[in-house]
Design a protein around this ligand. Structure first.
Ligand code: BES
Ligand code: ZN
Ligand code: ZN
Length: 499
């Protein structure tokens, strides 16, 4: 599908579907929608009223034009209430218009620049949001199907506006939107791919591929022997039960203009989490190919970083392992020593993510960044707290936490801060080692965050527990279908772009 913007008059555009919009509860059609209605002799408004169309966010109404204008159909997409309107509403509306167009079997769309007129938003931001909504809605994971599910494809999606300056702004927004979407879809593919194929070696290959032909990104890979020398007892311990070798991957993006600003992104990369000897029940294991989604978000961001061109050095770090039970696996009660020499009593082998992050966060601190952000499908408890759509942010630094929450809001990824409550640290006290890998019955997301804090050496750090939003077990909204969502990529890119 081609997405573009051009100057023109909506009512003269030949296309299968002409997309206009309406706020919920407005009495009279205004702006571009009003103009189209006028050319159609008021039929649009009349039929919408007759069919009691409610312009709820993402609702669509379609009218055949019978040759009265070059567009074959007019589609009105609801923008919801004006007081709730924002860029996320633009994404949802654009995505809904694409879904409805596909359902009609139509091939070409001409769309208004949702949000720029009555909505009062910046044209570049609106265009970016439209591209994000449309591209993410259009995604399907068909790699493993003999017959492709997606037969109905839209070929063209053109944003048309009368203002030449808006066209130039929209084109810039489209470029950024394409990068945001591309990084997100990259992550979705990695997470959707079954663990039989998305194993630790494969993640290493993917990191290497990103650096190929890309002068601003380097990669270094540490294998089992190197990890042993480095004392990465957490990664080695978790990998012990698997037939796959563990790897620590370190990517570095350097901007063309030298800078002292440095950020480290750390992703959990457990390619499959069976729970190990603390085996998960079958129901909980079904989606555990998603346990490398933190790494996928980091790789997704890195896949477009050279084009997004943030003005800071970015380190991407992940420890790729598989968590399996076997005669070689770590046992409950075993003690591991992490890269920073802290000893950890493993009481539950299913709390493996924090064991791997103990090493990768230690490795991150050694790069001396001004900020560390980790993304991890760390706890079911975070899903109990915040549900399936919201990431938990835990941070030792208020300014960093606020920056990330702002970025997530702009990116349309829901995140909410949870506390690193000092009083809960006692729950991690071990009888035999420096720390144990599980807390008590309650507050599991927080004790996991407190555990990680032991390995960041007071550097400003934010932990994003993405267990809920990375994998949709049901349809979430117009651009988040079932399966991997690519959650995190757009927040990371938005945050980095803002530095
Ligand atoms: N990978 C899981 C967390 C998870 C759960 C991710 C659901 C995505 C969806 C993690 O390794 C885990 O098993 N955590 C345990 C920790 C517990 C043993 C302290 C959990 O949440 O049950
Ligand atoms: Zn686990
Ligand atoms: Zn896990």
């Amino acid at each position: 599908m081609e997405i573009s913007a051009r100057k023109g008059d909506l009512v003269t555009q030949p296309c299968d579907v002409l997309v206009v919009n309406e706020f919920l509860g407005v009495k009279e059609l205004g702006g571009a929608t009003g103009a189209v209605n006028a050319v159609l002799g008021g039929k649009l408004a009349r039929y919408m009223k007759e069919d009691s169309f409610k312009a709820k966010l993402g609702a669509t109404f379609v009218l055949r034009t019978n040759g009265e204008i070059p567009a074959k159909r007019v589609m009105v997409v609801g923008l919801g209430k004006k007081e709730d309107f924002d860029l996320e509403a633009v994404r949802q509306a654009a995505a809904a218009s694409l879904n409805a167009t596909k359902a009609l079997g139509a091939k070409s769309v001409v769309s208004v620049l949702h949000g720029a007129g009555n909505g009062g938003l910046k044209p570049a931001d609106c265009a970016q949001a439209i591209v994000e909504g449309v591209r993410l809605a259009d995604y399907a994971f068909d790699t493993y199907r003999s017959e492709k599910k997606e037969k109905k494809r839209v070929n063209r999606f053109d944003v048309v506006t009368r203002d030449g300056q808006d066209v130039r702004r929209a084109l810039r927004g489209i470029e950024i939107g394409e990068l945001m979407a591309s990084g997100t879809l990259f992550a979705r593919d990695l997470v959707n791919t079954p663990a039989q194929d998305m194993n630790p070696e494969k993640l290493v290959d993917i990191a290497r591929n990103i650096t190929k032909g890309n002068a601003s990104v380097r990669v270094k890979v540490y294998d089992r022997a190197a990890l042993t020398r480095m004392g990465a007892g957490g990664l080695l311990g978790v990998a012990q039960g698997s037939d796959y070798q563990p790897y620590l991957v370190h990517m570095v993006y350097k901007p063309r203009k030298a800078t002292k600003k440095r950020v480290a992104l750390v992703g959990k990369a457990v390619t499959f989490d069976s729970g190990g000897l603390s085996l998960k029940p079958a129901d909980y294991m079904m989606t555990m190919k998603c346990d490398m989604a933190g790494c996928a978000a980091v790789l997704g961001a890195f896949s477009v970083l050279a084009d997004v061109e943030p003005a800071c050095e970015v380190h991407g770090i992940f420890g790729a392992v598989e968590n399996m039970p076997s005669g070689k696996a770590i046992r409950p009660g075993d003690v591991l020593m992490a890269m920073n020499k802290k000893t950890i009593e493993v009481l539950n082998t299913d709390a493996e993510g924090r064991l791997t992050l103990a090493d990768t966060l230690t490795f991150a601190t050694k790069q001396k960044p001004q900020a560390i952000i980790d993304l991890a499908t760390l706890t079911g408890a975070c899903m109990v707290a915040l549900g399936e759509e919201i990431t938990g942010i835990m941070s030792n630094n208020d300014a960093l936490a606020i920056k990330i929450q702002d970025a997530s809001l702009a990116a349309g990824e829901k995140m909410w801060r949870l506390p690193l409550e000092k009083n809960y640290r006692k729950l991690l006290k071990s009888e035999v080692a420096d720390i144990q890998n599980i807390g008590g019955k309650w507050g599991g997301a927080l004790t996991a965050g407190l555990f990680l804090e032991e390995f960041v050496d007071k550097i400003p750090w934010a932990h994003l527990d993405i267990a809920g939003p990375v994998f949709a077990e049901r349809e979430i909204d117009s651009y988040t279908h079932k399966g991997a969502t690519g959650h995190g990529v757009r927040t990371l890119l938005t945050y980095l772009k803002g530095l």
